[in-house]
Design a protein around this ligand. Structure first.
Ligand code: SAH
Length: 424
């Protein structure tokens, strides 16, 4: 890619620990692990990392302003990173999704950052629109070429650019790129309507959260659909109503969307209207509750449900917030369980990368034990196949399904806490 390279390739040497981590395939090099550097580097240029024997170790995107100094593109034998290389890498990600989705699902992730070999870059498809989201400034100098690469692979498809929050701040300081900018527009109509498991959704690709929709919850929504028949469903942190639409189609006797945002509520209402040709969706009464979920649980003790979904935003955006986040997850689970009837199911999800799956599951199980009710654990889930997670920091999504059985447990009798599979 034609970044204005000074003549000599930027060369780095790193600590022994970083060397081992990179050799084992970890895609990040922190600034604190850099030991030597051949010269100052520019944002987005390629940096080669050598090991202590002066052998090629890895090559990646350099960013002098980020503590995450190099995002690795390739480890192993030296390779020249040219246009053909980038194309092969894109095709590898596309190939990885081959056969995952039929024509009933036209919204999914095509490229999922580091875990697809594209560090800090996400590419989502919504019907015939592509949304490219960047999480590191290192891609900005390469944007024209990435755009050309995508245009070559998908001719005549609109492409929207989205920038992470920190990049938006940077863009305000004089970058030619802006969040929501249209990189290519053969007739873009935003918001975009796409299909997920045969349901129609509208994605706000130019300004919505993430890239306009929470594509990562598709598999959990499908599970919820399979559990919903005859149940009164509460969808807490409902956003644009994804879980409740699946529940409605699955035969729920009612759905209640609970979200603090008026904008999210309006989106959910629109999405329901888009699916009124489904008999079960049209038949299912939908209630919109605009409130803070924590407060609503406290003030509505009499409201009971048979299936509750908890899918809050990330409660720990940084490591320091981890302990409080775990407490908040536990509190939410306690509250949701208090509103579940006998036999009711709780589906509790977390998207905080700083809270591990084990910690999160334990928080929810702890809440179940404290409820004094018998319960059984139905299933836990992780990342969907179009959002692979190949290293620990990439694992953010987890969900646990519990069924709350009888009323109060007899003293001294342990709660049933066993893993059984849904549907088995
Ligand atoms: N479950 C959704 C995604 C949830 S995103 C889906 O499947 O698409 C998180 C949502 O939580 C956002 O819509 C946000 O508006 C909402 N939210 C954030 N804080 C909240 C609070 N305290 N109470 C209720 N909703 C909240």
């Amino acid at each position: 890619m034609p970044l204005n390279h000074p003549r000599q390739r930027l060369r780095l040497r790193v600590s022994a620990a970083a060397e081992s981590a990179l050799r084992a395939g970890h895609p990040w090099l922190w600034a604190a692990s850099c030991r030597e550097q051949s010269r100052a580097g520019q944002v987005g240029e390629l940096a080669v990392i050598y090991d202590r024997q002066n052998r090629f170790l890895a090559i990646g995107l350099y960013d002098p302003h980020s503590p995450l100094r190099v995002r690795v593109l390739h480890t192993g034998k030296p390779q020249s990173i040219d246009a053909a290389w980038w194309r092969r890498r894109l095709l590898a990600a596309v190939e990885r999704r081959a056969g995952l989705f039929d024509e009933r699902t036209t919204g999914y992730r095509l490229v999922h950052g580091e875990s697809d070999g594209w560090p800090g870059l996400v590419l989502d498809r919504y019907g015939d629109t592509l949304v490219l989201k960047l999480y590191t400034a290192a891609w900005l100098p390469r944007l024209d070429e990435i755009g050309a690469l995508l245009a070559g692979q998908w001719p005549n498809v609109p492409i929207v650019l989205r920038l992470s929050r920190s990049l938006q701040r940077e863009a305000e300081r004089g970058s030619p790129f802006a969040d929501g900018q249209i990189l290519r527009d053969p007739g873009l109509e935003a918001p975009v309507i796409f299909l997920e498991s045969g349901l129609r959704f509208k994605a706000e690709v130019r300004r919505g959260q993430k890239t306009g929709f929470f594509l990562d919850q598709r598999e959990n929504r499908r599970l919820v659909e399979s559990l919903a028949r005859g149940r009164a469903v509460l969808n807490a942190f409902s956003f644009s109503g994804g879980f409740s639409l699946y529940a409605a189609r699955g035969g729920a006797c009612s759905v209640a969307d609970l979200d603090v945002s008026a904008h999210a509520m309006a989106g959910a209402e629109r999405n329901f209207a888009l699916n009124h040709d489904s008999e079960t969706v049209a038949r299912c009464p939908r209630e919109a509750i605009r409130a803070d979920a924590f407060e609503w649980f406290d003030h509505n003790a009499a409201r009971k449900f048979d299936l509750s979904i908890l899918d809050p935003p990330s409660l720990a955006r940084r490591e320091a917030e981890r302990t409080r986040a775990i407490q908040a997850y536990r509190l939410l689970a306690v509250n949701a369980m208090a509103h579940l009837r006998r036999g009711g199911i709780l589906a509790a999800a977390s998207c905080s990368a700083h809270v591990s799956a084990a910690e999160f599951f334990e928080a929810v199980r702890h809440a179940a034990r404290r409820s004094g009710r018998n319960f059984e654990e139905l299933q836990t889930t992780g990342h969907p196949p179009d959002h692979p997670a190949t290293f620990p920091e990439a694992c953010y999504l987890k969900c646990i399904y519990l069924r709350l059985l009888s009323g109060r447990r007899l003293r001294g009798k342990p709660a049933r806490d066993q893993a059984t599979n849904l549907g088995s």
